[in-house]
Design a protein around this ligand. Structure first.
Ligand code: HPA
Ligand code: MG
Length: 255
């Protein structure tokens, strides 16, 4: 098995031995070695249950949320780097096809915009091209940090544009997978030629259906995250990093 070479833990003087070991374990589980099986790769970057995130002070975030967050879970730069790679995978698979990107609002707007931007850059710098139309659909099923049974789909009336097309659904977060299954059934009814799904985050939830998007950014523990357009009752979309909300934040913005 390919392994990363790190000369010695002394090269990282600010880390305790435990932190260093846990970093190495995380690295092993995320390793891009050719021997890794496809299932591991399919989950994207796997964030383990005991990942504490980064202290807020190591990054910048809006002053108005300073008491409302527990930690930076995935920094904005890491999200962008991972998105760039997903764009490349999508280009490798779909390049030279026409696609309709179906952005799932509201949470998916930032990921979709960045993913489309990355694909555009790749198109400019390669001899493949990927003509894209972008459409929007809105789903709503969360109140506070709890999923509710009733899923509202808005903008579903005019999905007839998807008929016979290659569709790329772009969603910020998949948790149980039930919402995505409902959406897929809905989109399939319009007889597209092909459907692929890109999900930035997949949450490990006990009640999960096991559904995995075709392109996954990160697999995360079962924690409520905000930022990068993900909200808690419409707050925190104006935060660049993906963060864990504090108890105080939950109280403050509860309805
Ligand atoms: N954050 C924001 N929206 C969500 C989440 C989450 O963790 N899970 C499902 N929708
Ligand atoms: Mg929401």
């Amino acid at each position: 098995m390919t392994s990363w070479r790190v000369s010695s833990s002394a090269a990282l003087p600010k880390w305790t031995r435990e932190e260093f070991d846990s970093f190495n374990e995380l690295k092993e589980s995320n390793m891009a070695g050719r021997e890794r099986n496809q299932t591991d790769m399919d989950k994207g970057i796997v964030i383990p249950d005991d990942w504490p995130g980064y202290p807020l002070d190591l990054f910048t975030s809006p002053e108005h949320y300073c008491e409302d967050l527990e930690c930076v879970y995935i920094p904005h730069g890491v999200i962008m780097d991972r998105t760039e790679r997903l764009a490349r995978n999508i280009m490798d698979d779909l390049g030279d096809h026409d696609i309709v990107v179906l952005c799932v609002l509201k949470g998916g707007y930032q990921f979709c915009a960045d993913l489309v931007d990355c694909i555009k850059v790749l198109c400019r710098h390669s001899n493949k091209t990927l003509p894209m139309r972008v459409d929007f659909i809105r789903l709503k099923s969360y109140l506070n940090d709890q999923s509710t049974e009733d899923l509202h789909i808005e903008g579903a009336e005019n999905l007839s544009v998807l008929s016979g097309k290659n569709v790329l659904i772009v969603e910020a977060i998949v948790d149980t997978g039930k919402t995505m299954k409902t959406l897929l059934d809905h989109v399939e009814a319009f007889s597209p030629k092909m459907i692929k799904v890109a999900g930035l985050l997949v949450k490990r939830v006990p009640s999960g259906t096991g559904y995995l998007p075709d392109y996954v950014g990160f697999e995360i523990p079962n924690r409520f995250v905000v930022g990068y357009a993900l909200d808690y009752n419409e707050y925190f979309r104006d935060l660049n990093h993906i963060c864990v909300i504090s108890d105080r934040g939950k109280q403050k913005y509860k309805i």
